[in-house]
Ligand binder design. Structure first.
Ligand code: SF4
Ligand code: SF4
Length: 245
């Protein structure tokens, strides 16, 4: 097992679903080492394209006690990646020095075995080039010594406005990534698959908000519809109590 494993730690309590990570990833990787990331019919009825990082948004709970959860997902750089051994050409590989899982486009024959084996749907097929692509953890910038040290991070981490994304070596107990996992009960996605994903998520945490009654009165409500709006049932369990983030 490698001594170093680079990974992302994504805080679901902080992500606001703004898609800054999605667009910054697309921008950087369209022109970088892993690009291009083509789009087909981007403004048509059925847009398609290659995105290394996507944010899925879910509505949880039962109306009116619902919560919106934003869930960013890219390749999780598994420590036991099933996408690697299935590749018939050796195009998919895991780097020994830092645990990043990459695809060698020159060797890829576009058979898609790796995308069938990835339980997270993290592989992205480039219809134009006919090869499989995916998140590289911005391998072309994190070691770039021409950049200031604090800029040698994946584009998504630098772009995230609320700082929901942490990058680091999860094998180093003193890294910010390891500390965040340890201090916030960070978890892996679907650990039952035995893939040991390197990327971790930090769970949603209960937030107590105290409001004064006068803050609940709407100043701009000429139709006085307050009484007809559904009211949350405060005695019901919250989504946090019912789910296991
Ligand atoms: Fe492979 Fe999918 Fe794991 Fe990425 S998330 S290393 S593509 S199995
Ligand atoms: Fe390997 Fe490319 Fe086939 Fe994936 S699509 S298994 S990377 S040859």
């Amino acid at each position: 097992m490698a001594n170093k494993q680079l990974a992302l730690v994504i805080d679901l309590n902080v992500c606001v679903g703004c898609h800054a990570c999605v667009t910054s990833c697309k921008e950087w990787n369209s022109s970088g080492w892993a690009g291009p990331l083509p789009d087909q019919s981007p403004y048509g009825a059925d847009p398609k394209g290659v995105f290394f990082n996507r944010v899925q948004t879910f509505e949880c709970g039962t109306f009116p006690n619902t919560e919106t959860v934003h869930f960013p997902k890219s390749c999780l750089h598994c420590e036991e990646p099933p996408c690697v051994p299935v590749c018939p050409t050796g195009a998919s590989y895991k780097r020994a020095e830092d645990g990043i899982v990459l695809v060698d486009y020159d060797k890829c024959i576009g058979c898609k075995y790796c995308s069938w084996s990835c339980p997270y749907g993290a592989r992205e097929f480039d219809e134009v080039q006919g090869v499989m692509k995916k998140c590289t953890l911005c391998v072309d910038r994190i070691y770039d010594t021409s950049l200031p040290e604090d800029r040698r991070k994946p584009a998504c981490v630098l772009a995230c406005p609320p700082g929901a994304r942490i990058f680091g070596d999860i094998k180093d107990p003193d890294s910010d990534a390891s500390k965040a996992i340890r201090d916030n009960a960070g978890f892996q996605l679907m650990p039952e698959w035995g893939t040991q994903p390197a990327n971790h998520y930090l769970p949603r945490r209960k937030t107590n908000i105290r409001l004064h009654e006068d803050e609940l009165v709407r100043a701009d409500n000429p139709l006085k519809l307050e009484a007809e709006l559904p009211k949350p049932v405060f005695s019901s369990p919250t989504v946090d109590e019912m789910s296991s983030w």
